[in-house]
Design a protein around this ligand. Structure first.
Ligand code: G3H
Length: 544
């Protein structure tokens, strides 16, 4: 710690051990030595990886980073054992899980969810300690995930009802249902280590696939309490955990050619590396949520109060560590000064502190290299003419980074192009609306945009070019993923595939048809199968 740092006003945010409130206490560190493979807990005797918190604790003369715990560092042997368990459970589509009636599968998932709900407080506390997410947002992440599971169950029942009938076209009867794809590798991001991972894992699971689940790099110990819920709710081998270094263990798993679906939320760089190691790329289905650089466009007629408030939450919720965060703000030159004044005023009012502090918005960052990365972005922007226009902007103390508002941003700066994924807010002015439109057209990303204005005709004219560049145009509202029943997707390098409660069921399954020509023999046989419930697939039963 430099002398400059030790006198920082932000040094005061880190508490001493006796200042941790009751509702944040956890018995740390947690040594996780059990891991779930093939329906059983195995005990880890190998090397462990230490997991540190973004929170430091003040002691007599220094600050010490909290050790949250340790997780197994798999070798290739355990990774392949997890893969083999998943392959065996699927058994080329003949396993207990992929052939189980949908109603029974739903029963297993309900059982899991009931058990998961009992772990809420433990998971919420781990979210705070592991990734620095505020208590309110951590609770929201947990509850949103539970709701996502219930909504998924309802969507599956609906899908099951609509596919339970037998159709007849051109003299051929058919029952068309959705079947599983095989082994799904699920990898999620650290910013939503529970919710985003489960937004692929749960639909993949309920459609009858078997799962290899690699938790995110940060936000990994919070999955530990859920391992026993998986073990006690699903047949052996249906959910298998992967712990360790992705570079070491994911490559051999993919090289085996035995993964059928790659569900990944993270960077396009890592997604490309992993995908390329599969020997049969045509067989591998991918569902990817990648980077984004969502801009806000503030028109001259915008309601400044709404624009500034939405841009604050849009750019700084969870310190800007959201793929949907506003990462570039374009404001019309005629209102730039009042907009920036209001934005800065609102920013100055945001509470900073520990994740458990009431109403806190700005908290320490979990990635150890992030402060240096953000400083690099800020220095680069300054070298091309930007200034930090807010008081304390860019100040850093250990893992805490106070937001830096950079103005004026231009295309020479890295922050113009790179996804900062942190508390740095570049602002640029425009005189012609084609300037922000061109920015979006030239961007590598195409997830969402937020447009602020009150003129109906101008807004209508802007919507039409924008909907063909991004996948969601938000009017006078920040960008966001939810509600989870709406499509969440992106163009260009931002995503592959569409996720929503309903879409995800389709992503992790394939339409499969049983067809028969209209003849007495076939009618007799199918009637017998249906009436005596001899098949789980060829069945007109449906679930209410
Ligand atoms: O990190 C990307 C998340 O999907 C964003 O979700 O808009 O609900 O924060 P959110």
């Amino acid at each position: 710690m430099s002398t400059e740092q030790s006198t920082s006003i932000f040094a005061g945010i880190f508490p001493s051990a006796d200042q941790i409130p009751e509702n944040a206490k956890l018995d740390l560190p947690i040594k996780q030595s059990q891991y779930l493979i093939n329906g059983e807990f195995r005990t880890w005797n190998g090397t462990f990886t230490k997991i540190y918190s973004p929170v430091y604790l003040k002691n007599a003369d220094n600050f010490e980073q909290v050790l949250v715990g340790e997780i197994p560092h798999y070798t290739v042997e355990e990774a392949m054992s997890a893969l083999h368990a998943a392959v065996k459970a699927y058994d080329l589509g003949r396993g207990e899980w992929p052939t189980m009636p949908v109603k029974k599968r739903i029963g297993c998932l309900i059982n899991f969810t009931e058990k998961m709900k009992t772990k809420r407080e433990e998971v919420v506390r781990l979210l705070m300690w592991e990734i620095g997410k505020s208590r309110a947002d951590s609770e929201k992440e947990f509850d949103r995930t539970v709701q996502y599971i219930y909504d998924t169950i309802d969507a599956l029942k609906e899908l099951d009802r609509t596919t339970s009938k037998i159709q007849k076209e051109e003299g051929i009867y058919a029952q068309i249902r959705r079947g599983p794809l095989g082994v799904v590798l699920c990898m999620g991001p650290y910013n939503y280590p529970l919710n985003e991972t489960f937004s692929t894992l749960i639909p993949a699971l309920i459609m009858g696939n078997s799962i290899l689940f690699k938790p995110a790099k940060y936000g990994v110990l919070l999955i530990n309490p859920l391992q026993e819920c998986f073990r006690d709710s699903f047949p052996a081998g249906v959910v298998n955990m992967l712990y360790g270094d992705g570079k070491e263990i994911i490559t051999p798993i993919m090289e085996s050619g035995k993964v059928d679906v790659f569900a990944f939320i993270g960077t396009s760089r890592v997604a490309n590396i992993i995908r390329k190691s599969h020997p049969k790329p045509n067989r591998l289905r991918a569902c990817l949520g990648l980077e984004a650089k969502n801009p806000a466009i503030i028109l001259p007629d915008a309601d400044l109060e709404i624009a500034a408030s939405e841009c604050i939450t849009g750019s700084l919720s969870f310190n800007g560590q959201r793929c949907t965060a506003l990462k570039m703000i374009f404001v019309h030159e005629s209102i730039a000064v009042p907009f920036m004044d209001l934005y800065k005023q609102k920013l100055a009012a945001l509470k900073y502190g520990m994740p458990w502090s009431e109403k806190v918005m700005l908290t320490p960052l979990p990635e150890d290299n992030k402060p240096a990365y953000l400083k690099g972005l800020i220095d680069d922007a300054k070298s091309y003419g930007a200034q930090i226009i807010n008081e304390h902007g860019g100040d850093n103390f250990l893992s805490f980074n106070y937001p830096a508002v950079l103005f004026p941003a231009n295309e020479k700066m890295r922050v113009w192009h790179e996804e900062q994924f942190g508390p740095v807010i570049p602002i640029a002015t425009f005189s012609d609306i084609n300037e922000p439109i061109t920015y979006i057209q030239n961007s590598n990303y195409g997830q969402q945009v937020a447009v602020f204005g009150t003129d109906h005709d101008k807004m209508a004219k802007l919507i039409d070019p924008l909907v063909n560049q991004v996948c969601r145009v938000n009017i006078n509202s920040q960008c966001q993923r939810g509600p989870d029943k709406y499509p969440f997707n992106g163009r260009k390098d931002s995503a592959e595939g569409t996720l929503s409660v309903q879409d995800a069921l389709r992503v992790f399954s394939i339409r499969t048809t049983v067809a028969f020509k209209d003849s007495a023999i076939n009618r007799d046989m199918v009637n017998d199968i249906l009436e005596n419930r001899k098949s789980n697939f060829l069945s007109t039963d449906y679930i209410l």
